[in-house]
Every structure is written in structure tokens, then in C-alpha cells.
Design a protein around this ligand. Structure first.
Ligand SMILES: [Zn+2]
Length: 319
């Protein structure tokens, strides 16, 4: 049903999944740049299509709204929310004998700005396992949100400017919504702002946010993409840098990232949620991508038939 050819491909439909290089037919699980390319025909959810057009220009797309099954290339294809960013989708492919679920990047539980993940049962599960190490057991979400708001408020009360570093698609909008819900006005770097405008067009309210422009008005939080550390912020004596990432589950993250605070707000499933996802899907076989190989060993130890995707697929003919 699938094979590995520099990435996951659904064999009968000749459908490349989340390829980073151009394909005749490519499924895009979400609009992060490491999951898409300028395909001849892209299959994705309507929200991902809007974000794909923003990032890659207007291109040919076949939209797959959540939970609406289509017959395509000998398969029944259905998308389900992945909880990672707006429009992010899992893909269920059914050839009549086998149900394969590809998770893409996913997160369980609520998010301020994306649909909550839904995991259907499947025979084969292909899952991302980014945080597949027990050191990435993240604190409860409410605690993390409280920590973020607390740091931002304390910084503002001291007359300093909180500068939150968050990926321009997904995390930045979630941080914005969390802060504006707490009554804090957010100024966004233009790379974040152009994505936020699409979120709003798609009906996702982000509250009171503005595009960052000089001179900076004090009393507001600033959201910038990571790597814009040296962005000039006129009028700011000393910005307080806050990274917002699941990697903050590692206590050394703050030093590695060179920030004042690292808050473990993640848009990926943490270690326990990865196991919870497998339990929920109840697959006969699990193929892992993106994570440590040791996570596969842990699944095997727990009684699952599990493989690293590329390695297993190269060694054996898959159905
Ligand atoms: Zn992603």
C-alpha cells in the first residue's frame, strides 16, 4: 500500500506525502515549510491550501475538508484534524483491506488556534515522534499558559518589553491568542503578521494584535520568529527574550536558545501523548518518523510492532 522513496508514498495512488521536493501529486499535511513543495497538484485541507498559497504562490490544489471521504487513485482518503496548527491534518488512506493513518505533525488536547486532534483507528500507523524521549514529558497546558502570561506580565510591569520567539505559522498565532485573551496587546513581526491575516480570514480570531512598526509603543508584547534575535526594537531598553517551544522540556534549553526564559508550550505531542496516540489508533504496525530511534525500541518493549519508517521500508517490501 505504501513504500519509501526518499519519503512516504502511497503506492497505488502514486501520492507523495509531505515531500519537500516537487511531486506530480503531493499530500501536504500542514503548511510548515519542511512538509511541502511546489507540487503540480497538492492535496490538503482548505486552511492549509490558503497558507500554502501564501507561502508558495497560488497553485493547483484539491481540497480535502476534514472527515469528508473521497475516492482517489484506488483509495478512500479522509483527513482528520491533527491539532498542530490551523488546517493541519492526519490522512487516513483505505484501500479496502488496510487502513493506514499518517499523522503528520500532531498534538493531542486543546489548542488556542487549531482544531483538536482526532485519531481514527487504523491497521498501520505512520507517526511523527519528535518528542519520543521521556525527558519530553511536558507540564499540563494550563500550567504552561500561566507561566507564559506570568512572565509577560511581570516583564511589562518592570517597564521592559517581552519579546516572544515563536514560529511564524502556528505557534506565533497561538501565543498571540493566549496573550490577547489575557488582555495583553501583541505586536507581530511582519512574517508573523502576514500569516495571522490568513488565520483571521479563515475565521480564527486572534484578538487585539497589530503589525510591529517603529516606534515601539511600550506596554505591549512582541512576537517574532526565532532567528530574529537582533531585530532592532527602537525605544526598548532591554528586551526580555522568551522562547516558546516543546524543547524547553529540556532544562538546558534556555541557555542553548540564548533566551531569558524558555516556556514549554508545544505544538507536538509529548512523550506520553505519543504513546496515548498509539493506544488510541490500535495499529498492527507503527512506523515512526522524525523522532529518536530509541522511541521505536520503547514501543517494541511495550509490545507494539514498530519500525523506523525509512529503515524498515528500505529493508522490506511493504504491502
Ligand atoms: Zn509542523
Amino acid at each position: 500500500m505504501f513504500h519509501f522513496d526518499g519519503g512516504l508514498k502511497l503506492t497505488a495512488a502514486d501520492l507523495a506525502i509531505d515531500f519537500r521536493r516537487r511531486q506530480p501529486r503531493g499530500f501536504i499535511s500542514h503548511a510548515h515549510t519542511d512538509h511541502m513543495a511546489r507540487h503540480v497538484l497538492a492535496l490538503c485541507t482548505p486552511a492549509t491550501a490558503a497558507l500554502y498559497h501564501l507561502r508558495c504562490g497560488v497553485r493547483q490544489v484539491m481540497c480535502l475538508p476534514y472527515r469528508q471521504t473521497i475516492e482517489w487513485g484506488g483509495l478512500r482518503l479522509t483527513t482528520f484534524p491533527a491539532g498542530h496548527c490551523l488546517g493541519s491534518a492526519m490522512l487516513l488512506a483505505d484501500d479496502g483491506e488496510t487502513r493506514l493513518l499518517y499523522t503528520g505533525d500532531f498534538k493531542l488536547g486543546p489548542s488556542a488556534t487549531s482544531e483538536t486532534a482526532e485519531l481514527p483507528q487504523a491497521d498501520v500507523l505512520v507517526m511523527e515522534s519528535t518528542f519520543g524521549d521521556p525527558k519530553y514529558r511536558l507540564p499540563p497546558r494550563e500550567e504552561v499558559i500561566g507561566e507564559l502570561i506570568g512572565i509577560v506580565r511581570q516583564t511589562l510591569e518592570r517597564g521592559q518589553t517581552p519579546v516572544i520567539e515563536a514560529y511564524s505559522l502556528g505557534k506565533a498565532q497561538e501565543v498571540t491568542r493566549i496573550l490577547t485573551d489575557a488582555g495583553i496587546v501583541v505586536l507581530q513581526h511582519y512574517e508573523v503578521h502576514r500569516v495571522s491575516e490568513v488565520y483571521v480570514e479563515l475565521g480564527m480570531s486572534l484578538g487585539n494584535f497589530l503589525r510591529l512598526a517603529a516606534p515601539l509603543v511600550p506596554g505591549k508584547a512582541v512576537v517574532v520568529p526565532p532567528g530574529r534575535r537582533h531585530l532592532p526594537l527602537p525605544g526598548v531598553k532591554r528586551p526580555v527574550r522568551i522562547a516558546v517551544t516543546g524543547w524547553a522540556g529540556d532544562p538546558s534549553a534556555k541557555y542553548r536558545l540564548g533566551v531569558d526564559h524558555a516556556v514549554p508550550l508545544s505544538d507536538h505531542a509529548d512523550y506520553d501523548d505519543l504513546f496515548a496516540a498509539v493506544e488510541q489508533v490500535q495499529p498492527r504496525e507503527v512506523y515512526c518518523t522524525h523522532g529518536p530511534a530509541s522511541f521505536v525500541d520503547r514501543l517494541v518493549d511495550a509490545g507494539w510492532k514498530a519500525f523506523v519508517l525509512g529503515r524498515a521500508a528500505r529493508q522490506t517490501r511493504l504491502f
